[in-house]
Each structure stands twice: as C-alpha cells, then as structure tokens.
Design a protein around this ligand. Structure first.
Ligand SMILES: Cc1ncc(COP(=O)(O)O)c(C=O)c1O
Length: 425
C-alpha cells in the first residue's frame, strides 16, 4: 500500500534547523571536528534556584493532572506583573489588562503556529518580516495564505514601512502582520515610534498584529531596551504578543511562555489550543510564576544579559580583526554578518529568480549578491564550522550569515579560528 500524506504537507519544507543539524551530523560522520554557531539554543542551564522551585512543584501533590487549557492563573497574574515591570505594559497608566488578556503557551513556536490556525483563511494575505524565524512563513503557507514580505534589511533601516512597501490592494487584503523585535536573525530593535506606526497602520486596515518577543530580555544597552507593541496607543484593539521563557531563562527544553493582548485573540487561541493540546505541566507554570515574582529574577536576567554581552564583544572584535562586516545587534543572541568578498557569487539564474520573487537584486552595498548556502556549505565542508545561511531565513537574508552566541565559550574560540582560516582563504 502507498502512504498518502495530506497535500498541504507539500507546502511544508524541511525545517531549516533540522537541515542544519543533519549537515552537521553528516560532517561529523566524515570525521570532521565540528562546532556550531548555527542554532539559537542557550548552552547554559536555568539558574539553580529556578530548578529548585521546579523540583518543589514537581514534588507537590496535585500538580500532576491535566492542566487548565488556558493555563494556571498564578502564572497569568505573575506574567501581568512582569510585563508591567519589564515593558511598561498595563498598570494604572497603561492598557487595561486582566486575566482574560493572558494565557499560557507551550513556548512561542506553538503560539505562532496556533495563531495562524486562529487567524488565517486560505488565500488571505499575511505580512511578515523577511528574513524571519522560519515558522511564520511556513505555517502561513501550510494554511494556504499568500505571504507579503517586509524586508528587515539595511536598505530599510531594519524597520520596513508597510504603508510604503505594500500596494493599496495588498494593504486592503492584509489579515495578519507578524512582527518580531528584537529580530531574529538580525538582532535589530524597533523604536516605539515605529511600533506605533505599525499599530496605526494595522487598525486602519483591520489587520491583526502578532508580535513575537522571544528575545525581549536579551539586550545589550540598558538605554535601548526592547519595547512592547502593547505599550502603543490602541494596540489592545488589534494585537497579541508572545513572550517566551526559553531564551531569557535558558530553558528552551521546558516549553513555556505566555500570550498577552486582545481578549478576542486570546479567546481564539484558547479555542484552538483546547482542541489540540492539553496545556503546559502545572509544576512548570507554578515554578515560573514563583520565579517571575522572586527578588532573584531581575538580577538573574541582568547577569544573563552581561554574559551574552561579553560574548558579543569578543566575537565582534574577532570579526573586526578578520574584516568581516556585521550589523551589531541591539538585542537577541545573534550577529548578522555579511558574506566576505571571496564568497561565491549567486549564479545568474538564481539571482534572477530571487529578484523576480521580490527579493534583493544586489547586496547591502549595491554589489552582486553572494550565495549564502554555498558559502556556509563550503565553510562546514572545509572547517567543520556550522553557521546559519542568510537565505535560509528568507529572500532578504541572501548575502548574509548568522552567528549564534548560545555556544559554549571554548567552542566560540574554536569557531573563531575556523572562521578566520576560511575567510582568509
Ligand atoms: C523569533 C523566534 N520566535 C520564537 C522562537 C521559539 O521559541 P520557543 O522556544 O518559545 O518556542 C524562536 C526560537 O528560536 C525564535 O527565534
């Protein structure tokens, strides 16, 4: 018998990071000494005191049954206090947020995927950053949506304006606008004025904003903190924001975060999730509720930021010494680098196809585009170093590569030497 999978799966490409993992495994099998700065998965553990809170909650009787579909109210109360304290959202002067405006997610990847189910009809237009965290685009395509890309690129100052870049016909059809600041893969931040412009644009076009704040706690200059879209006037009419504990607390394996925003959007997410999953383990939710309110929480977040900042400074000075250009991130755990001048050029057929698909026709300096997949494959083949090829994150990622700072320090040292040798040719 032949196994027939749903036709919609043909629209779902293999996941980028699964391809990166497979390429690394193949290189290892060939005997190469591999090291990865490819994937954004913190190498350090969550702080011991949070793990101890989890142990206590795991040992507590009553925490082991099906959790509530919406999530634990104690986490929701703590999350509302946290967004007010950390992002100025809510409070007496802010939008009126209460328990109906928040629910637990099994990390933001799940939230993004289920919000596409909540919001998108086949043929709808979804507007999203390009380059981007691949899940926005692939989930949109799975549900038969059309995608319009907003280039988060040096040519748009990393803050593309939908009012300028979309035709009036596209703007009228836009159903959902995905935003992700701090932005993966570029690490760039948005200004509050820019976010306000997006909210005004979305409200004028009856478009929903889904804001992914997965990197909201990892920033490098306290004077330029990431800002929440929910702090903008009118945002609660049209927006939902996804917060994740994965990167901020080094707990990608715990699978916990929360969605906060417009009550009807939270209601839609609740409806879909209650039919799909059975929530996040209560012990994890209760440990995180206690962690957010704990006096050790903010000092830990400061320490974690300082740790990434030290790595960022080290890698940036190595890139400077190699002559590799990069766009210094304001936040996130990534550095967005330009391919070096000796990288292979994109062949003319691929370059024409990229431009025809609405991508760039030249690099950030107006010169012919270099081929990120070919260069990253060459880097892996000859040195064993894994980095993220820019084009894997979208059309506007061509010509770039991404370095992740979630790599142990000793591996970063080896990675830098491998990169230095390859760049020098
Ligand atoms: C922009 C962005 N959003 C969401 C996620 C997923 O995070 P979570 O672990 O909360 O599902 C990632 C993970 O890399 C990401 O880069």
């Amino acid at each position: 018998m032949s196994i027939k999978l749903a036709e919609r799966l043909e629209r779902l490409p293999p996941y980028l990071f699964a391809r990166i993992d497979a390429a690394r495994a193949a290189a290892q099998a060939r005997g190469l000494d591999t090291v990865s700065m490819g994937i954004g998965d913190p190498d350090r553990d969550p702080p011991q005191w949070i793990r101890e809170l989890l142990c206590e909650e795991v040992m507590r009787s009553g925490n082991h049954r099906y959790p509530s579909y919406k999530g634990h109210p104690r986490l929701h109360e703590a999350a509302l206090r946290y967004v007010e304290r950390s992002f100025g959202v809510g409070g007496p002067a802010g939008p009126a947020l209460g328990l109906p405006n928040v629910m637990t997610t099994i990390g933001s990847k799940e939230g993004i995927a289920n919000l596409v189910t909540v919001l998108v009809n086949p043929g709808d237009l979804i507007v999203m950053p390009d380059p981007m965290y691949p899940v926005f685009g692939t989930m949109g395509k799975l549900f038969g949506a059309e995608v319009a890309a907003l280039p988060v690129h040096p040519s748009t100052g990393f803050m593309p304006h939908p009012g300028e870049l979309l035709s009036s016909e596209q703007a009228a059809r836009a159903r959902v606008l995905f935003i992700n600041y701090p932005h993966n893969p570029t690490g760039q931040l948005a200004s509050q004025e820019y976010l306000q412009e997006l909210v005004d644009w979305a409200r004028a076009h009856d478009c929903i904003i889904v804001s992914d704040m997965a990197y909201g706690e990892i920033f490098f200059d306290p004077a330029r903190k990431p800002t929440s879209v929910l702090a903008c006037d009118g945002a609660l009419d049209c927006a939902i924001e996804l917060h994740s504990f994965s990167k901020s607390f080094n707990m990608t394996g715990w699978r916990v975060g929360f969605a906060v925003g417009n009550e009807a959007l939270i209601g839609g997410l609740h409806r879909v999730k209650s039919n799909i999953d059975s929530g996040c383990f209560d012990a994890i939710q209760l440990a995180m509720a206690r962690a957010l309110d704990d006096p050790r929480c903010d000092p830990f977040l400061d320490e974690n930021r300082a740790h990434y900042k030290a790595r960022l400074d080290k890698v940036c000075s190595a890139l400077d010494s190699m002559g590799v250009k990069y766009h210094r991130p304001g936040a996130s755990i990534f550095i967005w680098c330009e391919l070096p001048g000796n990288a292979p050029l994109l062949d003319s057929e691929a370059a024409a196809a990229l431009a025809a698909a609405g991508g760039p026709s030249a690099d950030a300096h107006g010169a012919p585009l270099h081929d990120s997949f070919a260069w990253c494959a060459g880097l892996l083949d000859s040195t064993g170093l894994v980095v993220g090829p820019g084009a894997g994150y979208g059309k506007w990622g061509e010509g770039f590569f991404r370095l992740s700072l979630s790599t142990p320090d000793e591996d970063i040292d080896r990675a830098i030497e491998k990169l230095r040798g390859f760049v020098a040719g």
